[in-house]
Design a protein around this ligand. Sequence first.
Ligand code: C2G
Length: 131
Amino acid sequence: MEKKKTVITYGTFDLFHIGHLNLLKRAKALGDELIVAVSSDEFNLGKGKVCQIKDVDRMAIVEAIRYVDKVIPETCWEQKVEDVQKYNVDVFVMGDDWKGKFDFLKEYCEVVYLPRTEGISTTQLKDELKK
Ligand code: C2G
């Protein structure tokens, strides 16, 4: 019985949109199970980011996506190495706006940056809703 190929990705997933869905769909296609670490409100505040949707709801929405097998909280930048080891992760995936930023994980697993979906972002949605 071959070991399941485990994929992990991290994100805020605020105002969930097609760019997020495309990323999760393509991340899942790289393996057999997909773990998604969703950033906590506290962690986002540390990044100067205020979410429209609170973390428990963002986690519930991501957990309901058919491509997602497990959701864990993202509470700090440093947890990635620990997560990759703890969950025996084979592939770490992020959108290519993060290209290069997580290459240090190449010591532990494959690192894949996927092209972002053009023309949509949480920031853009927020700005458009303000008009
Ligand atoms: N994404 C995408 N296309 C978009 C928007 C987002 O492919 N149009 C991808 C991002 O590249 C990221 C994922 O969707 O891989 C989640 O995006 P965000 O919620 O904006 O995540 P971010 O704030 O970048 O948090 O430790 C890493 C951070 O938690 C990443």
